[in-house]
Write a protein that binds this ligand. Structure first.
Ligand code: GEM
Ligand code: ZN
Length: 383
């Protein structure tokens, strides 16, 4: 009797794919490992496809090196995401055993994708740029180049006339933080509206400078933290170079050219199951004015949506002890402006949990739309 050779396969050779296959001799117990970033020891992001699933059976996947990942404490309370169509993603049962991370799927179809978070593809990015130019009334103000030559688009909504405040939003300096470009899609979707009073108030006083993806190389290669030269872009804002961090050089040049009155750097956080904003309280130039603007931002957004809170977040920096290599601190100091790092969770926003999806692309999009309302409430107080 011939036994059909298992058609079970694992693949990750696609946009933002990341997995190494160790042993799949038993299709129901796949042994895998996450691959580190290029030229960097960082790893945590994973994204792969399993084909030849046995419908009706429970498939287990074991990430054997999880305890050595960049944020290994973050696996506690985390659930992996899965999808049968790479569009609709849902959380699956996940266990961190102190060394490996294990998750399982009782297959209802013969193939499925698995990831650390709902991926945002380069193809969707290209579509988003087209949508931004054709429907959201933005212009392509400038295009930078990543280490490997991918476009870094700077979009502007607004004419750039004298007197307009300049509000900047950059996203995904850390390439594994895919929620950041979902957020930008929400911002750009709302910019397509015409009967939006808050948006009209915002745009009457400010132009928006938008960089939907700061790190296309890292995103494409399935990195967690670094660009193609192994650089953490959010530690490069004091010594960016064309060779190692051209992505930051480009944005800094554009900021110098146009100015900055409000800066938002959009990220994802591995450990904290909440949405929050970190400020510049450790900057040498931090003032009561900036502190009050941060408070206004947080207070408005907390009342705008249940998907934001102010109780949990990073420990505050001591006065004068900020890490000035971070975008938020560097830009806030240089332009004496409101400057924040916005954090969305890889887990869920426990103040308003959704057990089926956890935090998701859709919720990231909605947060992007809500932040524009908060910007509208601040636009006339920025200076
Ligand atoms: C974070 S920003 C770190 C801010 N830390 C404190 N204590 N304010 C980073 O770059 O490490 C942003 C992120 O990666 O999500
Ligand atoms: Zn980050």
């Amino acid at each position: 009797m011939t036994v059909a050779k298992s058609s079970f396969q694992i693949s990750a050779d696609f946009d933002s794919g990341n997995i190494d296959v160790l042993d799949i001799s038993d299709p129901l117990q796949a042994s895998l490992a996450i691959r580190p970033d290029t030229r960097s020891p960082h790893f945590q992001w994973f994204h792969f496809k399993a084909s030849g699933l046995h419908v009706g059976q429970e498939h287990w996947f074991r990430l054997t090196n999880a305890s050595k990942s960049s944020y290994s404490r973050a696996w506690t309370g985390y659930q992996a995401v899965a999808s049968y169509d790479h569009v609709n993603w849902f959380r699956i049962p996940t266990i961190f055993e102190g060394d490996a991370l294990r998750f399982n799927l009782e297959a209802t179809q013969t193939h499925a994708w698995f990831a650390y978070f709902e991926p945002y593809s380069r193809g969707r990015h290209d579509w988003l740029i087209e949508q931004a130019l054709s429907k959201a009334g933005t212009e392509l103000l400038a295009t930078g180049k990543s280490v490997e030559g991918r476009d870094i688009q700077l979009l502007r909504k607004g004419s750039g006339v004298e007197g307009q405040r300049k509000i900047w939003i950059i996203a995904q300096q850390h390439p594994g933080e895919h929620m950041a470009e979902w957020f930008m899609e929400g911002v750009l979707e709302r910019l397509q509206r015409h009967d939006d009073a808050e948006l009209n108030t915002l745009l009457a006083g400010a132009d928006l400078y938008l960089v939907p993806n700061m790190n296309p190389d890292g995103a494409f290669h399935g990195h967690l933290r670094t660009n193609a030269m192994g650089q953490d872009l959010n530690r490069a804002w004091q010594n960016a170079s064309q060779e190692l961090s051209p992505e930051v050089v480009f944005v800094q040049q554009q900021m110098q050219k146009y100015g900055v009155d409000l800066f938002l750097d959009v990220h994802g956080d591995e450990e904290i199951p909440h949405v929050f904003a970190a400020g510049c309280e450790g900057n040498p130039g931090y003032t009561p004015r900036l502190e009050q603007l941060e408070e206004q931002f947080r207070s408005h957004l907390k009342h705008q949506t249940r998907d934001f809170q102010t109780t949990h977040g990073y420990p505050r920096s001591q006065p004068g002890h900020a890490n000035m290599t971070l975008a938020c601190n560097s830009v806030g100091e240089q332009y004496d402006c409101l400057s924040l790092t916005l954090e969305m969770p890889f887990k869920d926003h426990d103040d308003n949990p959704n057990p089926y999806t956890g935090w998701s692309g859709k919720r990231s999009m909605q947060l992007g739309k809500d932040v524009l309302s908060t910007f509208a409430s601040l636009v006339n107080n920025l200076r």
